[in-house]
Design a protein around this ligand. Structure first.
Ligand SMILES: *[C@@H]1O[C@H](CO)[C@@H](O)[C@H](O)[C@H]1NC(C)=O
Ligand SMILES: *[C@@H]1O[C@H](CO)[C@@H](O)[C@H](O)[C@H]1NC(C)=O
Ligand SMILES: *[C@@H]1O[C@H](CO)[C@@H](O)[C@H](O)[C@H]1NC(C)=O
Ligand SMILES: *[C@@H]1O[C@H](CO)[C@@H](O)[C@H](O)[C@H]1NC(C)=O
Ligand SMILES: *[C@@H]1O[C@H](CO)[C@@H](O)[C@H](O)[C@H]1NC(C)=O
Ligand SMILES: *[C@@H]1O[C@H](CO)[C@@H](O)[C@H](O)[C@H]1NC(C)=O
Ligand SMILES: *[C@@H]1O[C@H](CO)[C@@H](O)[C@H](O)[C@H]1NC(C)=O
Ligand SMILES: *[C@@H]1O[C@H](CO)[C@@H](O)[C@H](O)[C@H]1NC(C)=O
Ligand SMILES: *[C@@H]1O[C@H](CO)[C@@H](O)[C@H](O)[C@H]1NC(C)=O
Ligand SMILES: *[C@@H]1O[C@H](CO)[C@@H](O)[C@H](O)[C@H]1NC(C)=O
Ligand SMILES: *[C@@H]1O[C@H](CO)[C@@H](O)[C@H](O)[C@H]1NC(C)=O
Ligand SMILES: *[C@@H]1O[C@H](CO)[C@@H](O)[C@H](O)[C@H]1NC(C)=O
Length: 803
């Protein structure tokens, strides 16, 4: 009786509303059925931990989900205009923060045709009750934290056309779950944990348009049959374990394939000629496979191709574009990390729409065609190019260039003046070439737009001109390893966004630039110059890495010297992110600019390591090889986050401060070659992170602290401290000044594998660790750029965030 009454009642309500509609001709009628409204409220109340305000959607308003308003007008809800049934529920970027219950109110909405719960922080398993939503046409539960098997019931939803589950931790056997889902238009299972297996024959999926299984562990040979499906538009098999050659079979003239991504697999062999029959292909991504053979000229006869990424393969020989059609649409070409040699053919000028070219890491040489200066991004790093072609100067007025990387080539001679006319340039890297002469004043206009300027390891000389008056965007300036002299340019004070300044290895002769303290500098490297005078710190609250070593700084450091260094005081170890899909939580410097691999040398744990990137949580102080004197300031102990401290080769006196024992993150400590006296603070023995240390060449006395870290050190870390005792374990013989008799048996064999701290440093240095994410950052930067350029992200996995 009760349900009957209920339905009758809602029937009346609907009738009334239809009357209202007729009377006022209002399109926003109240159609909401109470059972549907209650089901929706029941559903949303299953998420008590939901963070309804966290959405990044502007139009998002969960407050509309209240009883006093019509549920058909609630945010994310669509009702059937006639029946009032809820047919669509779309919640995107709403942090629901709970699992989906098997008896959820959701399953009381049986007429749902569209259900989108993307990036909602859902966890737990997908309940099999989804099988009850038999009208479902579109089901998106992407970018959540769902685990476990995908229920079989989803595979048998016969109306379903679009199933998108990317970015979870879902498992199951593809060949079983979706064996009968042949009616699907879209199947996106990317970035999950589906069972490793070869892809089954899918030629029965007659309507398939979008097929994505990237970021799983599928293996086996190339799924040729897939390409017999005439409706296919988008295929992504990237980041799996596929092997062998690719073969498209008999490509139909009517193929609609537009996007083909095979990156990060182990495909090999040549690119088949038949690829040119995909007349509609727009994007081809083959990067990071083992494709080989000569330059695939065929590809460049395809008029529709806009994006071609062949990076990180084994292609070789000269670049030959064949007969380029004047209608070519090629916008992005990445041939980096192959074995191409010879010159860039002049015919490249016929790609009128080319905007981004990456030829880095090949064996190319000769002149760079001047026409390439009209591109937005040109990367030629790590080749043997020596000069630019004559037409360079022609069309500088229309220059669009934002990124120019010429590092590690054979460029020489003066700074190319035409670069100063690239008024939109963000990023300029000329490092590791043989440019010489002075840095021209015209860099002043260039610096207005620049975010990164890298002139490292060239032969620039003379005074660095005051070119940074309007350089407020500049984040990184690296002029290290040149022959620059004089004072630092005063206009650096206007670089209010500067995070990194590296002038290492020049002949700058100046006092300490304490006037830069008001900037938000994170890394300051003055190493190996002729800086002199006291080191006066007033502000510099964001510094994480400072290296002033090998200069002529002098004077004492007052007790409270380090009290102001907030960043190093507050910084603690970051916890690693447990979500492999989203990548590591360690953000790599610099935060602002995705793709700069600034190299710099920092003496890490006693070894010069070429760093590709510095870990975000890396903090270090290097004051070594100057003329500092007096006591090591007690406030050093405040730098709680400090990992590396080098005060060696100065004239520090008195005791080592006890407070150093508070540096619980310290990995390396070097106070050697000073005039330190007294005992090594025993509490340093408790610093378990401290793996390398050096106290040699001082006047220290007494026993070395207990603790495994100390006892793992090599004897040389303590040598030349005549009054230091208890060194037998490390040095294997009684100390000269030690009068107590020693047993000769205690002498260690000279071959005894004492852990050598230099070797340990090489093994544990972050250099190795840091390399891992660079590829990722690089790729995402490229995608961002592509998004700007073509208004769409290449990877669908990120569309949600721009919706
Ligand atoms: C919900 O999850 C988001 C994302 O993880 C988190 O930021 C937020 O604090 C969570 N809210 C609650 C109430 O747990
Ligand atoms: C209920 O939703 C309506 C709009 O749909 C809104 O105007 C009203 O403020 C909401 N009420 C509450 C209590 O949030
Ligand atoms: C919903 O699905 C569950 C599990 O598949 C099933 O046990 C239940 O009978 C279904 N309910 C309805 C109303 O169909
Ligand atoms: C697919 O259909 C076949 C034949 O009707 C049936 O035997 C099989 O169980 C179905 N598989 C699934 C997963 O539903
Ligand atoms: C690829 O296969 C290798 C060995 O079979 C395995 O160790 C690796 O995890 C697989 N990689 C992926 C992405 O599935
Ligand atoms: C391609 O077509 C040829 C002739 O039309 C045929 O012999 C061959 O079997 C076809 N190959 C495939 C993979 O279908
Ligand atoms: C290249 O692909 C392999 C899997 O084939 C993967 O392990 C590796 O991380 C990829 N390299 C890069 C730089 O993406
Ligand atoms: C600098 O360039 C040379 C060749 O020009 C190359 O061998 C070397 O590896 C490069 N150095 C760096 C740090 O890239
Ligand atoms: C730099 O210039 C000096 C003097 O002209 C020259 O001796 C030296 O070889 C040059 N170095 C490089 C790397 O070109
Ligand atoms: C720059 O180097 C070239 C040789 O590559 C040399 O002839 C020239 O004198 C150098 N210029 C300066 C200013 O050192
Ligand atoms: C710096 O910017 C100011 C104001 O925008 C402008 O007047 C001045 O000409 C610029 N100076 C240089 C050297 O670009
Ligand atoms: C900093 O920029 C202002 C204009 O924005 C300019 O007047 C001033 O001279 C600049 N400072 C230096 C040291 O160049």
């Amino acid at each position: 009786m009760i349900p009957c009454q209920f339905y009758c009642f809602s029937g009346i309500v609907i009738t009334l509303y239809i009357l209202v509609l007729h009377t006022f001709a209002s399109p926003t009628v109240h159609l909401c059925r109470h059972d549907q409204r209650d089901a929706l409220l029941e559903f949303i109340h299953e998420f008590p931990k939901a963070d309804m305000k966290s959405s990044s959607n502007d139009d998002y308003d969960m407050s509309s989900w209240n009883k006093s308003s019509d549920c058909c007008s609630w945010w994310g809800i669509t009702c059937d205009a006639e029946s009032g049934q809820v047919i669509s529920l779309e919640l995107i970027n709403v942090a629901l923060n709970n699992s989906l219950k098997s008896n959820s109110g959701l399953f009381k909405l049986p007429y749902l045709q569209t259900l989108i719960l993307s990036n909602c922080n859902l966890y737990g398993e997908i309940p099999s009750s989804f099988g009850n939503l038999s009208h479902l046409i579109q089901l998106h539960i992407s970018v959540n934290k769902l685990v476990g098997q995908v229920p079989v019931s989803i595979g048998i939803l016969t109306q379903l056309r679009d199933l998108t589950l990317y970015g979870n931790k879902l498992s199951g056997k593809f060949s079983v779950l979706f064996a009968n889902s042949t009616q699907l238009f879209t199947l996106d299972l990317s970035y999950n944990y589906f069972e490793p297996e070869p892809l089954p024959d899918m030629s029965r999926f007659h309507s398939l348009k979008i097929f994505e299984v990237s970021g799983n562990s599928f293996f086996g040979s190339f799924p040729t049959y897939l390409f017999t499906i005439p409706s296919l538009e988008w295929v992504n098999l990237g980041e799996n374990n596929f092997t062998g050659p690719i073969d498209f079979g008999n490509v139909s003239l009517f193929s609609r394939l537009q996007f083909l991504y095979l990156a990060d697999n182990k495909f090999d062999g040549r690119i088949p000629e038949s690829i040119s029959k995909f007349l509609t292909l727009k994007e081809l991504d083959l990067h990071n496979n083992s494709f080989s053979g000569p330059f695939p000229t065929t590809l460049f006869t395809m008029p529709s191709l806009q994006w071609a990424d062949l990076a990180r393969n084994q292609f070789e020989g000269t670049i030959d574009f064949g007969n380029i059609l004047s209608s070519s649409n090629l916008g992005v070409l990445d041939l980096s990390d192959n074995k191409f040699d010879g010159q860039i053919p002049e015919s490249i000028s016929k790609f009128l729409k080319l905007a981004e070219l990456d030829l880095s890491n090949n064996k190319l040489e000769g002149k760079v065609p001047g026409c390439l200066l009209r591109l937005e991004s040109l990367k030629l790093s790590h080749n043997s190019f020596s000069s630019f072609g004559k037409s360079s100067q022609v069309m500088m007025d229309q220059a669009q260039m934002r990124e120019l990387r010429l590092d590690s080539n054979s460029f020489h001679g003066p700074f190319p003046h035409w670069i100063c006319k690239l008024g939109l340039l963000d990023f300029l890297d000329l490092s590791n070439n043989s440019f010489n002469g002075s840095v021209p004043p015209c860099v002043r206009s260039l610096a207005v737009s620049l975010r990164v300027l890298n002139l490292r390891n060239n032969n620039f000389s003379g005074i660095f001109p005051d070119v940074f008056v309007n350089a407020s965007r500049l984040m990184e300036l690296d002029v290290s390893r040149n022959r620059l002299e004089g004072k630092l340019p005063k206009s650096l004070i206007n670089c209010t966004n500067m995070e990194l300044l590296n002038v290492e290895g020049n002949k700058f002769k100046d006092t300490f630039p304490s006037w830069l303290g008001s900037l938000q500098l994170q890394i300051l490297i003055l190493r190996s110059n002729q800086f002199y005078g006291p080191l006066i710190f007033t502000e510099f609250q964001t510094l994480k890495v400072i290296d002033v070593s090998h200069n002529d700084f002098s004077g004492t450091l007052p007790t409270f010297y380090f009290s102001n260094w907030l960043e190093m005081i507050q910084r603690n170890t970051l916890s690693p992110d447990d979500d492999p899909y989203m990548g590591s939580n360690l953000v790599y410097f610099p935060r602002g600019f995705g793709s700069y691999t600034s190299s710099m040398e920092i003496v890490h744990k006693g070894v010069e390591t070429e760093f590709e990137k510095i870990r975000e949580d890396y903090t270090s102080i290097d004051f070594s090889s100057n003329m500092f004197e007096g006591k090591i300031p007690e406030s050093t102990g405040l730098l709680k986050g400090l990992r590396y401290l080098n005060l060696s080769n100065n004239a520090f006196t008195s005791n080592i401060p006890q407070s150093l024992a508070y540096l619980t993150n310290l990995e390396s400590l070097d106070v050697s070659k000073n005039h330190l006296s007294g005992q090594i603070p025993p509490d340093l023995g408790e610093l378990f992170s401290l793996s390398t240390m050096n106290f040699a060449h001082n006047n220290l006395q007494g026993p070395i602290p207990q603790g495994t870290q100390f006892h793992r050190q090599n004897c040389s870390s303590f040598m030349d401290n005549p009054k230091l005792s208890n060194l037998e374990d490390l040095c294997g013989k009684p100390h000269d000044s030690d009068d107590t008799p020693q047993e000769p048996e205690e002498v260690l064999e000279p071959e005894e594998p004492v852990i050598n701290w230099i070797a340990a440093a090489i093994a544990y240095g972050p250099g190795v660790f840091c390399g891992l994410v660079i590829g990722h950052i690089f790729v995402s930067h490229k995608h961002e750029w592509f998004m700007e350029k073509f208004g769409r992200k290449k990877s669908r996995a990120v569309i949600i965030s721009v919706r």
